[in-house]
Design a protein. Structure first.
Length: 441
């Protein structure tokens, strides 16, 4: 709920079933305020940051407590207010305003919040579906011999190949925030994640033993993805102000964070190429965009050509010359570089599930996703033309991550029982699924 609480509001939350049954798409006009009023409240409550999560137990631009967000139906949009759009937060705030009045916000008087009867969205608004919280991240090393994930206790863990057999799981050292991704570098000797305080952190190998965790410099907003370059010396993420930023190693020490140029949509994915000199995201207008390094300085942002649907994942190849995403029609699509200029978008062949991640191999000629039936599937290039989709063998549970090795001959995911599993190519055909050893949260 907003920062000011009252027993009256709690009584309304528990007893006013009529309020809770109201449509999420029409706040009504008995008690209503304009968008401009709500934006003034947000400016006072959170400096206008609709995706803020500082760890103070209040979330989003209007600083909802989680209990109020749940009670007034906010989880139909997103798990927490900071993961919802501005419009979605205002719609839930309208319901609180109607039930308890403007006094529930400490900033109401300063911002001039009143029951002025001005419906903020006079026609039924079209709100994008929430991006699924990827609760089961998976990251695979370039050689496909290591898979990192978050176990049922929130601990970073891994499975690994030794003597041709998968072993594990074993803990790496860190504990990840509920919505944290996990990403390995190519050599599988660094694992990056977001800790319980919102800090970007890592575990690392020294003398053959995992060490950590240790913060590397930045704080990530709720739902932020994390990506690293092949060497594990640069990490990109989205900060609490919505900026695409990075931490980097110089002289053996982590530095940052520093802005790279772009601002990402609330539900944007991120993708970084192997060298760490191209980063891709979805901007606040829904365009697929990138920042890039030229002359040692980050440039951008600039659009690559396509528009991504709400909640779309993003993946790029090793060189950063191709970016895959899900377009507004739900089709798997890509933009690509030809003769030094971005081309596209063009469809690749598949239609991913609404919460599907994406994973491109190094060459960018295999892309993996979860289809609408929950099957792990791929599109691939043959004779210079994209083919597919075709299933690889396994089924992925809701919220499962997907990761592939450098060659695209192995894909890891979380199955419907919560187990780490993989499909793999043998004699030119996909085999599997088979368990790797661990269970994901």
């Amino acid at each position: 709920m907003p920062k000011k609480t009252s027993t009256k509001l709690l009584a309304l939350v528990t007893s006013a079933s009529a309020v809770l049954a109201c449509s999420l798409t029409a706040a009504g006009t008995a008690h209503a305020a304009s968008v401009a009023e709500w934006e003034r409240v947000a400016q006072c409550e959170s400096s206008g940051n609709w995706s803020i999560n500082t760890g103070n137990t209040y979330y989003g631009g209007l600083q909802f407590a989680q209990s109020t967000w749940v009670a007034y139906g906010g989880t139909a949009y997103a798990p927490r207010a900071d993961l919802a759009t501005e419009q979605q937060q205002i719609l839930i705030a309208e319901k609180v305003l109607r039930a308890a009045g403007p006094g529930q916000w400490g900033c109401a008087a300063t911002a001039g919040l009143t029951d002025d009867g001005v419906d903020p969205y006079p026609s039924t608004p079209v709100t994008p579906p929430p991006a699924a919280t990827r609760v089961s991240p998976v990251s695979m090393s370039a050689d496909g011999a290591h898979v990192a994930f978050v176990d049922g206790n929130g601990n970073l863990a891994n499975d690994w190949v030794s003597g041709g057999t998968w072993h594990g799981p074993s803990g790496l050292g860190g504990q990840a925030r509920a919505d944290s991704p996990v990403v390995l570098d190519a050599a599988a000797d660094r694992a990056f994640f977001i800790d319980g305080n919102g800090n970007v952190a890592n575990d690392w190998v020294s003398n053959g033993v995992w060490q950590g965790p240790s913060g590397i410099g930045g704080q990530a907003r709720a739902g932020s993805p994390i990506v690293t370059n092949a060497a594990g010396t640069m990490v990109a993420f989205i900060d609490t102000s919505g900026n695409v930023v990075n931490d980097w190693v110089s002289g053996g020490t982590w530095h940052g964070p520093a802005a790279m140029g772009g601002q990402a949509r609330t539900d944007s994915g991120l993708a970084l190429n192997a060298n760490g000199d191209h980063v891709f995201f979805v901007d606040t207008n829904g365009n697929v965009a990138n920042d890039w390094v030229s002359g040692g300085v980050w440039q951008g942002p600039s659009g690559t050509g396509g528009q991504a649907r709400a909640g779309s994942a993003i993946s790029t190849n090793g060189s950063g010359s191709l970016v895959a995403f899900v377009d507004n029609n739900g089709n798997l699509a890509n933009d690509w570089v030809s003769n030094g200029a971005w081309q596209g978008p063009a469809g690749l062949g598949g239609q991913p599930r609404s919460d599907s991640p994406l994973a491109l191999n190094t060459n960018g000629d295999h892309v993996f996703f979860v289809d609408k039936n929950g099957n792990v599937a791929n599109d691939w290039v043959s004779g210079g033309v994209w083919q597919g989709p075709s299933g690889t063998g396994g089924q992925a549970r809701a919220g499962s991550g997907i990761s592939t090795n450098g060659s695209g001959s192995l894909v890891a995911f979380v199955d419907n029982n919560g187990n780490l599993a993989n499909d793999w190519v043998s004699n030119g055909a996909w085999q599997g699924p088979s368990g790797l050893g661990g269970s994901s949260r």
